[in-house]
Design a protein around this ligand. Structure first.
Ligand code: HEM
Length: 416
């Protein structure tokens, strides 16, 4: 019989505040990679799991998607929230998005939206994204010489892009911003409407009401947008149910928003903290695609996903039973000394850069090309106009166990 000992270090995974303290987080992750790369975490209010911190192990798990399933526990939630989600699903009211599904169903549902994220669709969207990037850099110029970059710029720009892709009217954007933050703000009080599962359910119900109407509209009058593709998409010849349509809109709207926002804000902070890298990039803008990749590795906005074993197995020699779950610690994988030279150095020319910030395998981020395009477009607009930039206060990170990054980034700058 195996004895499972809970490491002090492994507590960071079940502690949202750890993600608001980079030094503490990375000290724990570095220790775990070296000493206990498949660590048992038994920390209420979460059900126990194994935290996997090595890059190679996370890739192996994500590659073996018939052994390691997304259902029934795709991400870390409290036992209470897991139970509520299960009850909602059984009542036909639960969200069941791409991240919750396994093949073969997952592949069919993913195919409905996939065309909208391919290179051809990205090229069609490039002009709109560049226009929005310019709009937000102009806004920085207008509100300067100081602003909170997160609240003024980085939360708005990706939301506008994703809402444009979905085909929603601009007047609805502020409402969507609020709902997304309530759904995804996790443990941050600042974003919460309320903290009880019932209050969280109310946010979901608001999403439901908005998007159900959208499905009806797009079925009656299909247009050339992603919302129409979802509303009229079919699996095995059948239209998606209302709740499956809703789930699709929700995953696109939420996954496409805060993630990119955190990468842009964290990327800007990394450039401020590393002025040599900022000068290097300004002096050679052809480095931009590599710099974008490095910003995504550096910030790793999605902290984790989980998988559950479909059969008894092992990871790095640690036995794992059928039904037990593993936590894929992307933040740790992206600082793995065995994969990255000087992983704690922010290097805008890093090449190769095999980070796992977009995951790996069949669930690999559907919007990766869009996220890269947005970040590229924003910094391509900003940097040639930027004469100087510095912090104007202490940056603040979100407390979260899922998607997070900077919630405030006060900056002082001069722009052309
Ligand atoms: C820097 C920004 C982003 C990051 C770091 C990110 C990260 C991720 C990660 C880690 C996953 C799970 C991968 C896995 O399980 O292997 C994922 C899935 C997904 N992402 Fe992103 N994402 C970003 C931007 C976007 C954007 C802009 C969209 C646009 C809609 C998007 C849509 C999705 C969707 C739909 C999935 C589910 C895919 C599936 O399960 O098949 N993401 N993303």
């Amino acid at each position: 019989m195996t004895t499972r000992t809970m490491d002090e270090a492994a507590k960071v995974f079940a502690d949202p505040s750890a993600y608001a303290d980079d030094d503490r987080l990375h000290a724990a992750l570095t220790w775990l990679r070296a000493n206990n790369p498949v660590a048992w975490v038994d920390q209420p209010p979460y059900r126990p799991f194994f935290a996997v911190t090595k890059h190679a192990d996370i890739m192996d798990i994500e590659r073996a998607n018939d052994l390691w399933l997304s259902e029934p526990r795709p991400l870390l939630a409290t036992a209470e929230a897991d139970d509520l989600a299960k009850a909602q699903l059984e009542a036909g009211m639960g969200l069941r998005t791409l991240i919750h599904m396994d093949d073969p169903h997952h592949r069919k549902v993913r195919a409905i939206g996939a065309d909208w994220f391919r290179p051809k669709a990205m090229r069609a969207l490039q002009g709109r994204v560049d226009e929005l990037a310019k709009h937000y850099v102009d806004k920085m110029a207008e509100v300067g010489p100081e602003c909170d970059f997160v609240t003024e710029v980085s939360v708005n720009f990706p939301l506008y892009v994703i809402m444009s892709l979905l085909g929603l009217p601009e007047s609805d954007f502020p409402r969507m911003l609020q709902l997304t933050q309530e759904l995804f703000g996790g443990d941050e009080e600042e974003y919460q409407r309320g903290s009880t599962p019932e209050e969280k359910l109310q946010t979901l119900m608001d999403f439901f009401a908005y998007f159900n109407k959208l499905t009806q509209d797009r079925r009656a009058n299909p247009t050339d947008d992603l919302a129409s593709a979802i509303a009229n998409g079919r699996v095995d010849g059948e239209l998606l149910s209302d709740v499956d349509c809703l789930s699709y809109y929700v995953i696109v709207a939420t996954a496409g928003h805060d993630t990119t926002s955190h990468a842009i804000a964290g990327g800007l902070r990394a450039l401020i903290d590393n002025p040599d890298q900022l000068d290097r990039l300004k002096g050679d803008m052809s480095l931009m695609p590599l710099a974008v990749e490095e910003m995504i590795r550096w910030t790793t906005p999605v902290k984790e996903f989980m998988r559950t074993a479909a059969a008894d197995t092992e990871v790095r020699g640690v036995p794992i039973k059928e039904g037990e779950s593993v936590y894929l610690a992307y933040v740790s994988a992206n600082r793995d000394e065995e994969v990255f030279d000087d992983p704690f150095t922010f290097d805008v020319g890093r090449d190769p850069n095999k980070h796992l910030a977009f995951g790996y395998g069949v669930h690999f981020c559907l919007g990766a090309a869009l996220a890269r395009m947005e970040i590229n477009s924003f910094f391509t607009e900003l940097l040639p106009r930027l004469d100087s930039i510095e912090l104007a206060g202490a940056p603040e990170l979100t407390s979260t166990v899922f998607v997070g990054g900077l919630k405030h980034l006060p900056i002082r700058y001069s722009l052309r």
